[in-house]
Design a protein around this ligand. Structure first.
Ligand code: SF4
Ligand code: SF4
Length: 362
């Protein structure tokens, strides 16, 4: 396993992180805990969850997993988050989190999901900075971090805040262009950096032929190649993979074991090969999934990815029909209220895409 110092914290997370947002069999707690133990056996020590992943179930599973890791003697760090901003509410939230997680203190506590600078200003006005400072002074958290879906320039603005010790954002082999600039301030201030969605929410493994340009040799799987690309970025401390099942844990561990470094030429080749069209794909994060017209936006945007990836409408229609079983006519219900575009972590033109999809309806 590779370990890199997380900014100035003195902590060294594993380059592969364990994300608790995609368990396929959430009710099978033993299996979920087994996945955590398998990862820890390979040296994974960074475990990332949140209070709203499957309700509170992800944190509860992590709590059970941490008891087991402790019993087996595996070291670990816990990262979790809060949307709250005022001290009283955060305090209530963290009390529940510590209990669920079976911890006395959270290693990396994140001000969760800053997707607009206006939102950042609002949370600061409500006292989030002072609240986090107090939690740290009292030892309830170890390090103050922020998670964000902003683009690179805006993340630079966000990270000017002196109190922040690290940042978490989505970054993968096809959407890195959105956030590349954030690394300038990360390096300048020596901050920690965790990245999520390293496999693009499944798009990369599901399209091995299209993403084969990531591979350095024939033996590599596309998952290995996509993770290697991230491991090669020296400012990334941990790439968090949201594991669904055990075999995905093993595949990601294999990627760590087979990593032997990249030279800059290879990284540049990959960056230059990446077609422009790959930069604006939906990652399936579902932050937009609150449409007043009940339009299943993430499913429709996932299907639109297929149009982008394969370059034809048939791919979009096939995906809608055979994978999601929904009609393109669903897209025509859009009243253009704009809520989904405001929420979209990838800043996608959802309304225009829905129009295109609705025009394909028979
Ligand atoms: S813009 Fe359209 S798709 Fe988006 S939330 Fe509003 S009605 Fe739903
Ligand atoms: S459309 Fe945007 S917010 Fe919705 S799932 Fe895709 S990336 Fe996420």
């Amino acid at each position: 396993m590779i370990y890199r110092m997380y900014g100035k914290t003195g902590k060294k997370p594993s380059i592969l992180g364990f994300g608790g947002m995609r368990f396929k069999e959430i009710k099978n707690r033993d299996l979920c805990v087994e996945m955590m133990v398998e990862a820890a056996k390979a040296g994974v020590n960074y475990f990332d969850t949140a209070p709203k992943y499957f309700g509170t179930q992800s944190e509860e599973i992590f709590g059970e997993g941490f008891l087991e890791l402790r019993r087996l003697g595996f070291p670990f760090y816990c990262a979790t988050k809060t949307f709250e901003a005022s001290e009283a509410v955060i305090r209530r939230e963290i009390e529940g989190q510590l209990k669920r997680l079976n911890l006395d203190s959270i290693d990396f506590y994140h001000i969760w999901c800053i997707d607009k600078l206006e939102e950042w200003r609002m949370r600061k006005e409500k006292g989030v900075i002072e609240a986090f400072k107090k939690l740290k002074e009292q030892g309830l958290i170890q390090h103050i971090c922020v998670s964000s879906h902003l683009i690179g320039d805006q993340i630079k603005e966000l990270l000017k805040e002196e109190i922040l010790e690290g940042v978490l954002f989505g970054y993968s082999a096809y959407n890195f262009a959105f956030r590349q600039k954030a690394f300038e301030i990360i390096a300048e201030k020596d901050l920690g950096c965790a990245v999520m969605n390293p496999l693009g929410g499944g798009i990369i493994p599901e399209n091995p032929d299209i993403f084969s340009f990531l591979k350095l040799n024939k033996k590599e799987s596309v998952v290995e190649a996509a993770l290697h690309f991230l491991f090669s970025h020296e400012r990334i401390n941990t790439a968090i993979v949201g594991f669904g099942e055990l075999k995905e844990v093993h595949e990601a561990i294999k990627a760590v074991e087979s990593y032997s470094g990249y030279d800059n030429k290879e990284v540049e080749r990959i960056k230059n090969t990446l077609p422009d069209t790959f930069k604006d794909l939906c990652t399936g994060c579902q932050y937009c999934d609150n449409c007043p017209e009940k339009i299943p936006i993430p499913k429709l945007m996932d299907a639109y990815n297929h149009k982008k990836l394969y370059g034809k409408n048939e791919a979009l229609l096939d995906r809608l029909k055979w994978h999601w079983n929904i009609s393109p006519g669903e897209a025509s219900k859009c009243s253009e209220c704009g809520e989904c575009e405001e929420a979209c972590t990838q800043h996608l033109p959802i309304i225009a895409r829905l129009k295109e999809i609705s025009e394909l309806a028979p």
